[in-house]
Design a binder for this molecule. Structure first.
Ligand SMILES: Cc1cc2nc3c(=O)[nH]c(=O)nc-3n(C[C@H](O)[C@H](O)[C@H](O)COP(=O)(O)OP(=O)(O)OC[C@H]3O[C@@H](n4cnc5c(N)ncnc54)[C@H](O)[C@@H]3O)c2cc1C
Length: 417
C-alpha cells in the first residue's frame, strides 16, 4: 500500500500521477472467516480495522450488498458532536470525538476533520431551558458546551438573522466548540484502505441474504449472493436494513426504518464558518470545502426503504433556512438525496451482543451515527473480539427495551423523529 506523505505526492506529481495503485484489492469471498461483518459502511469498516489493529484478528470479511460507503455513510451531512444528555451517551459520543482527533494520522488518510464548532439555536423558552440543561449535564461529564446570547451567536455565525419579528426568533444558542464536520467518503475509504492493508477482505456487490444458525442455536455463517460463508462470529452493521438482516436469524428488532433527506446548494465562496442546527424549525446547515451549503432535512413520517423521501420535507427545510438566514434566499439548490435511517424507541443505538451465540449488532444510530463512526467501530470490535461489551457500550443493550433502562436522547437528536 502506498503511504501518503508530502514526498509521495511530489513523486507522483513528477511522474504524471501514473504510479498510484488501487487503494484496496477487489476481494472474492473465502469459504470461512473468523469474523464476518455485514455492511461496509463507516461503522462496519471501522470495526474491521480495529479488529485487525487492536485485537490481531485479521481473518475478517466485510460484506456489502452495494459499494462501500454507499449507504448512510456516503449520504449524511457529516456533523460531529457529543453534546448528548445522558452520562452513558456523553461517554459514547465523546469516545468517538476523541478518536476523530487523530484519525487522519492513524489511518494515514485525510478525513478532513474540521473542528469548526456546532451551534444549536434556541427559539423559545423551552428550547433555552432544554439546551441549558444539556450544557449543565455536558459540563459535569467533561464535554465542552457553552451558552451564547443572540449577539454572541451572531458574532460566531455572521449570516444568522436576529430579526425579533421572525416566527422563530433566535433566543440564544448552545455551542460545542470541539464539534464540527469530516469528509464522509474519506472516512469510508480511509478505513477500507487501512483494514485491507492489515489483511481484511472487503467484498462489495454481494448481498447477505440470511444468517444461518446451527442445531445448538449458535451462528454458523451467512448466505450471500456469492454462496455460503462460514463464520462463528457475525457482526451486523447494516443501518436501515438491520431489522431485515436479523429477521433471518429469528430476531425481531425494535427498529423502524425511515428515509432521511439532505440537499446541497450551488457552490459559493466561504461565508459560513461553523455548523448551525435548529431542531425547532427542523434544519441544519454547514458549508462544504467545495463551497456548497450542506443542508439536512427531516425524516418522512412513514417507514420506507426508498432512499428518496418526500418533497414537502425539503420545502419545509428550505423555508426554515430562508427564515434564519435571509441572505441565502436567492440561492439555487443543486441536488437532494435520501438515506434509510434505523430508529430505536429511545433514539439511542443498540451496540453489543445479541441473544444468539456468535451474533453481534451495531444499529439504531438513526439520524446521528456518522459522528460515532470511529467509536462505534472501536467498541464493536472490542465486543466481538472479547465476546463481552466494553464498559462504554455496556448500557446500549437490546435488553433495555424490556427492562425499561432507556437512554432517551430524542431531545438531543438533531432531527425530531
Ligand atoms: C441524509 C442524512 C443525513 C445525516 N446526517 C448526519 C449527520 O450530520 N451527523 C451524523 O452523525 N449522522 C448523520 N446521519 C446518520 C449517519 O449517516 C448514519 O447513522 C451512519 O452513517 C451509519 O453508518 P453505518 O456504517 O452504520 O451505515 P451505512 O453507511 O448505511 O452502512 C450500512 C451498509 O450495510 C449495507 N447492507 C445493508 N443490508 C445489507 C445486506 N443484506 N447485505 C450486505 N450489506 C448490506 C448497506 O449497503 C450499507 O453500505 C445522516 C443520515 C442521513 C441519511
Amino acid at each position: 500500500m502506498t503511504r501518503f506523505s508530502a514526498l509521495s505526492i511530489l513523486r507522483q506529481a513528477l511522474a504524471g500521477n501514473s504510479g498510484w495503485t488501487p487503494q484496496w484489492p477487489e476481494s472474492q469471498p473465502k469459504a470461512e472467516y473468523d469474523v464476518v461483518i455485514v455492511g461496509a459502511g463507516g461503522h462496519g469498516l471501522a470495526c474491521a480495522y480495529y479488529l485487525a489493529k487492536e485485537h490481531g484478528i485479521t481473518n475478517v470479511a466485510v460484506i456489502d450488498k452495494g459499494w462501500l460507503g454507499g449507504g448512510n455513510t456516503g449520504r449524511n451531512t457529516t456533523i460531529i458532536r457529543s453534546n448528548y444528555l445522558y452520562d452513558e451517551s456523553a461517554r459514547l459520543y465523546d469516545h468517538a470525538v476523541d478518536l476523530w482527533e487523530n484519525l487522519s494520522q492513524d489511518l494515514n488518510y485525510n478525513v478532513m476533520y474540521s473542528r469548526r464548532g456546532v451551534m444549536m439555536l434556541a427559539h423559545n423558552v423551552h428550547d433555552v431551558q432544554s439546551f441549558q440543561r444539556h450544557i449543565h449535564s455536558n459540563r459535569l461529564n467533561g464535554v465542552d458546551n457553552r451558552w451564547l446570547t443572540p449577539a454572541e451567536a451572531k458574532a460566531y455565525c455572521p449570516p444568522l438573522s436576529l430579526n425579533p419579528n421572525a416566527r422563530y426568533p433566535v433566543m440564544g444558542a448552545a455551542l460545542q466548540q470541539r464539534a464540527g464536520t469530516a469528509r464522509h467518503d474519506a472516512v469510508a475509504w480511509g478505513y477500507a484502505r487501512a483494514a485491507a492493508a492489515r489483511g481484511v477482505d472487503i467484498i462489495q456487490n454481494c448481498a447477505v441474504t440470511a444468517i444461518r444458525r446451527g442445531a445448538d442455536g449458535a451462528v454458523t455463517g451467512v448466505e450471500t449472493a456469492k454462496g455460503f460463508i462460514r463464520a462463528k462470529k457475525v457482526a451486523v452493521s447494516a443501518a436501515g436494513n438491520t431489522s431485515v438482516v436479523l429477521d433471518s436469524a429469528g430476531l425481531r428488532m425494535p427498529l423502524e426504518s425511515f428515509p432521511l433527506q439532505a440537499l446541497v446548494s450551488e457552490p459559493i465562496k466561504p461565508v459560513f464558518p461553523c455548523v448551525v442546527m435548529s431542531n425547532t424549525v427542523h434544519a441544519y446547515i454547514s458549508q462544504s470545502d467545495k463551497g456548497e451549503l450542506v443542508i439536512g432535512s427531516g425524516t418522512d413520517q412513514y417507514v420506507s426503504y426508498s432512499q428518496r423521501g418526500g418533497l414537502p420535507l425539503i420545502e419545509h427545510t428550505v423555508a426554515a433556512i430562508c427564515e434564519i438566514f435571509p441572505i441565502f434566499t436567492r440561492m439555487r439548490m443543486l441536488r437532494k438525496w435520501g438515506g434509510i435511517v434505523d430508529v430505536t424507541p429511545d433514539r439511542s443505538p443498540i451496540l453489543g451482543k445479541l441473544p444468539v451465540k456468535g451474533l453481534y449488532v451495531n444499529c439504531g444510530w438513526g439520524t446521528g451515527g456518522f459522528k460515532a463512526t470511529p467509536g462505534a467501530g472501536h467498541l464493536l470490535a472490542w465486543t466481538v473480539a472479547k465476546d463481552e461489551p466494553h464498559p462504554i457500550n455496556a448500557p446500549f443493550t437490546l435488553e433495555r427495551f424490556t427492562t425499561g433502562r432507556l437512554i432517551d436522547e430524542a431531545a438531543a437528536a438533531a432531527v425530531a423523529h
